[in-house]
Design a protein around this ligand. Sequence first.
Ligand code: SF4
Length: 327
Amino acid sequence: MNANAKPACDERQGYIGGSDWESLLGEVLPKGERVYGCPRRLFYTKTGAQPDYPEDVTGPMRRGNRLEEVAVKLYEEVTGRKTMRRDKFRLTAAPAWWGGHIDRAIVADNGDGPGILEVKTTGERVWWTVVHDGIPQRWLSQIHHYLGLSGYKWGDLLLYWPDGDLHAIAHVKRDDKMLGLMTDVGADFWRRVEKNDPPDRLEPKDRRCSVCAFRHSCQGAAMFEAAGEDTGEIERVDDPELLRMVRDEREANAISVEAEAVLEICREKVRQAIWHKNAVEVPGYRLYFRAQKSQRVDTTRLKKEEPEIAARFSREIISRPLRVYPV
Ligand code: SF4
């Protein structure tokens, strides 16, 4: 049994919660913003469908839960404001399907009344992405969810990157237009839940499908296409230890993708900073950023125009790459 698996069904099944909006508002988020959720996946969870594979509670999720207290303390120290837990509460006539818990309520200290505190403990990539691109719409919709539920007029979003010991606070004012849009989209989705009418599927090649716990039931055979046809050589192995290794590999792969993204963000900043210079020295480092010419053989053209020569200078190399596909 996977100790990190989420329970198949939880209390959030009965309503749309704050973190569900990124699944519903994907289509209206600004172009270019990365969307993680899928309306159909949310539909499955709200209708109590059994996932094909256990949904893991990932390291970043555990980190967020463990460090929430630390982050809240930090917020109180930096702002001098008090916060309090408000477990389940509803102060407005929000629709019955609009529910959930807030991280903390901020005790009133200004003319606007109490506020909502939403805490995000992040890894390095998310930190730098937010510094670069600003607060993502999915987080703004999340804080608006709690503003809709409480009727409060404002909230603070605390972003905390523990490894860098850096934090930022975004002050968010209630936007009734945004709440109106969420009410429309949410009501439409909830009607589907009540009528058992699932939203459309994404394209099976969508990266969200590759990690979706419902991918097999939802996409069926389409999910197997990328993994290749079973020509009879595939051995089905029921070995929990191997499964754990594959999961470790996937997690490490995700970390390496994240590290690549961080590296690229940092490199781009350096490039922008020295854009009009060819060579720069700062204490301890010398940087070159000059145009370079290189010669490459156009193998596609060579094979087409001089196939015999291309064949003479080609040699067979045997390799054994490990490839992992979701099925
Ligand atoms: S497999 Fe893809 S389309 Fe289907 S629920 Fe999952 S993410 Fe959505």
